[in-house]
Design a protein around this ligand. Structure first.
Ligand SMILES: [Zn+2]
Length: 198
């Protein structure tokens, strides 16, 4: 039997995305056997992230400032906005290095099954942002799932009065595929072949 401290550590690690009880046990043991070299820096990093990381008030990305480094970067194209479902999709777009405009994180997809309606998304903030700033193009980078496409058409209706050109990533994307799982080349192709959403 493990001590309650070890049990608690395993339990918390097991709940992390992608881990389960088995990986949780392995990670816990690894950290306990490498307290100085791995556990201490991890504690410090988690603590720092906990203290400093917040949601960007402008685009809903995560960063250590009220406005994220992408929103504050004057070298980025201030007239193009890419609408993504989640921060993980924003990260995927940034990794692919194909896009130099601004972003907006919707915070999910509409989903009848999961009971996610328009009020659960950051839609009001998106409309406000498009009213306040002068965007020439909005690019949807939502998943090719049914929910993703439903969301795109709903949001398009809402933002159409405020932005002239609305497009979507081409879907060389497998159905049900999420951006985070795409390799950079596929995302680059999807961006290059984006199509107009009428
Ligand atoms: Zn931002």
């Amino acid at each position: 039997m493990n001590s309650s401290e070890i049990q608690r550590l395993i339990q918390l690690l097991s709940r992390l995305p992608g881990l389960g009880p088995r990986s949780g046990r392995r990670a816990a043991l690894y950290l306990l056997q490498k307290k100085e070299s791995h556990m201490a820096p991890l504690i410090e990093a988690i603590n720092n992230a906990f203290q400093t990381i917040q949601t960007c008030q402008s685009c809903f990305n995560l960063d250590s400032h009220k406005h994220c480094s992408i929103c504050l970067d004057p070298k980025r194209d201030q007239h193009t906005i890419c609408i993504v479902e989640s921060v993980s999709d924003l990260w995927a777009m940034e990794r692919s290095n194909t896009y130099r405009g601004l972003y907006f994180v919707l915070g999910g997809n509409l989903s009848a099954i999961q009971g996610i309606g328009p009020d659960q998304l950051n839609l009001g903030a998106l409309v406000q942002k498009l009213q306040d700033q002068d965007f020439q193009e909005a690019i949807f980078a939502l998943s090719a799932t049914l929910d993703g496409q439903t969301t795109m058409h709903y949001v398009r209706e809402r933002i159409a009065p405020y932005v002239k050109n609305i497009s979507s990533l081409a879907h060389g994307v497998p159905v049900g595929g999420e951006l985070d799982y795409l390799d950079d080349g596929t995302l680059t192709t999807a961006m290059t072949h984006r199509y107009k959403v009428a």
